[in-house]
Write a protein that binds this ligand. Structure first.
Ligand code: TMP
Length: 210
């Protein structure tokens, strides 16, 4: 099974996906935990370009292609082989981030995005996608406190609040268009509550470990 985690910046997604991977391993699943952009050596180099605060003039179309270059690499090098061997893949962001950020956020044409994504993934789609949903103001507040603890502030965190609002609305539109693939989790609650909600949802849906 291929499960992806999505959410606005500061939704706590990265912490949650790591805790989920640990919990599922304890239940006996063979879990591969990975992330986008990145997840491969080539993808991590692309991630650096995308996050670099010096790259303020990166054009949205160039940004789109870089995210999808990283995606094509991780799909072939990491995700498909693990799925083919019967394992469970958890990915911190996947193509829905492209629709939410480059589509709804930057306003790039969604039909074109679908073609680019289809090309990058070779048609691979998540079986299940969890949205860790939080108001953008609260998410960015969390990101700011994380900076105090040494986390990186990225070029995308730095986008205006209206951009982050469009991203969240974009996620809601994606859920409405394909409700059977999505689960919305309230990410404004304390970390343990979010984790419990995720595990309850997965326990109800995952086949027993092989
Ligand atoms: P993160 O790994 O800390 O979540 O940062 C990744 C950033 O990149 C985040 O702001 C969302 C953004 N992003 C896109 O804009 N498009 C994409 O396709 C992906 C995967 C991420």
């Amino acid at each position: 099974m291929f499960i992806t985690f999505e959410g606005p910046d500061g939704s706590g997604k990265t912490t949650q996906v790591a805790q989920t991977a640990d919990a599922l391993r304890k239940r006996g699943y063979r879990v591969l935990l990975t992330r986008e952009p990145g997840g491969t050596s080539i993808g991590d180099q692309i991630r650096h370009i995308l996050h670099d605060m010096d790259n303020q003039n990166l054009h949205p179309r160039a940004e789109l292609l870089l995210f999808n270059a990283s995606r094509a690499q991780i799909v072939e090098e990491v995700i498909k082989p693990h799925l083919a061997s019967g394992g469970l893949v958890l990915c911190d962001r996947f193509f829905d981030s492209t629709y939410a950020y480059q589509g709804y956020g930057h306003g790039l044409d969604l039909t074109t995005l679908r073609m680019v994504v289809e090309f990058a993934t070779g048609g691979l789609r998540p079986d299940l996608t969890l949205l860790l949903d939080i108001a953008p103001e609260d998410g960015l507040q969390r990101r700011l406190s994380a900076i105090d603890k040494g986390e990186e502030w990225t070029r995308l965190d730095d986008m205006e609040m209206a951009f982050h609002r469009r991203v969240r609305e974009g996620y809601h539109a994606l859920i409405a268009a394909e409700p059977s693939r999505w689960l919305r989790i309230d990410a404004a609650q304390p970390v343990q509550g979010v984790q419990a909600a995720i595990l309850a949802a997965l326990d109800a849906r995952l086949p027993p470990p092989k």
